[in-house]
Design a protein around this ligand. Structure first.
Ligand code: GLP
Length: 246
């Protein structure tokens, strides 16, 4: 695992965007794995700015998102499909048909998991996956205890995750309690992974990721088994590490 330390959120976002843009320029038919949450918003902003300024094209890019809440329609402002449209897809020249987010309002969720997993395989897998991290070490919505062999599946969200994500909803009661997420093995099959970590509230998770052994009780630790992971972390996130190492 390679770690790049940057000064702040803006620098992290810029670095991540530059990396993604460079890949898209070299491999216009790339398949990207995308994340939601507060962490990648700045990266998406930089990608949009570059698209407008330099014309980087996403016409032949395919994307797969990590997860989606169960019970929310694409039109729901809190759904991850809505988030991705608003934060990225509506502002670049990507063909929406090539953007895939698990469907959160279908009759058969199990079938949806199988469809999504198969679709990723059919596209030859993910070339570059962008990840954030939950403070309990979750990646996607793979909560502590998730099997490392898991593929796309239905999850019960941890109370701490529901609480952390409640900031986007009107009331805590409105946060869905279940979601569909790519599994750990789906994520690990990506050819390359970039993990974005920003802010003091993530420093404990980052410290644990780097110091703990690979264990299912801390999902992000599995990334240590991946040959090609780059962590881009800002000073605030890394601060805990330095204290830890003294
Ligand atoms: C959410 C998402 C994750 C994300 C994480 C951190 O629950 N499912 O994909 O990485 O939590 O979110 P944030 O970036 O807002 O801290």
């Amino acid at each position: 695992m390679k770690i790049i330390e940057v000064n702040n959120y803006q620098e992290m976002s810029q670095k991540a965007a530059e990396y993604i843009i460079d890949k898209v320029c070299h491999f216009p038919r790339i398949t990207l794995g995308l994340a939601t949450g507060g962490t990648p918003i700045g990266t998406y902003k930089n990608i949009i700015e570059d698209h407008k300024k330099n014309g980087t094209s996403y016409q032949n890019v395919t994307t797969f998102n990590l997860d989606e809440y169960i019970g929310l329609s694409p039109e729901n402002k809190n759904s991850y499909r809505y988030f991705m449209n608003e934060q990225l897809f509506n502002h670049i020249d990507i063909n929406k048909k090539n953007t895939h987010v698990p469907h959160g309002n279908v009759e058969d969720y199990q079938k949806e998991c199988t469809r999504f997993e198969e679709l990723i395989s059919k596209h030859g897998g993910i070339d570059l996956q962008i990840l954030g991290i939950g403070s309990n070490g979750h990646i996607g919505f793979n909560e502590p205890g998730t099997s490392f062999t898991s593929t796309t599946h239905i999850v019960n969200l941890a109370p701490s995750t529901i609480k952390a994500n409640a900031r986007y909803f009107n009331r805590l009661e409105d946060v869905p309690t279940k979601a569909i997420t790519m599994g750990i093995s789906t994520i690990m099959k990506s050819k390359e992974i970039i993990l974005l970590v920003s802010g003091e509230n993530k420093s404990e998770a980052l410290s644990k990721l780097l110091s703990a052994g690979v264990q299912e009780s801390f999902p992000a630790s599995v990334l240590k088994n991946h040959p090609y992971v780059t962590i881009i972390a800002d000073k605030a996130a890394v601060a805990g590490l330095k204290v830890h190492c003294k």
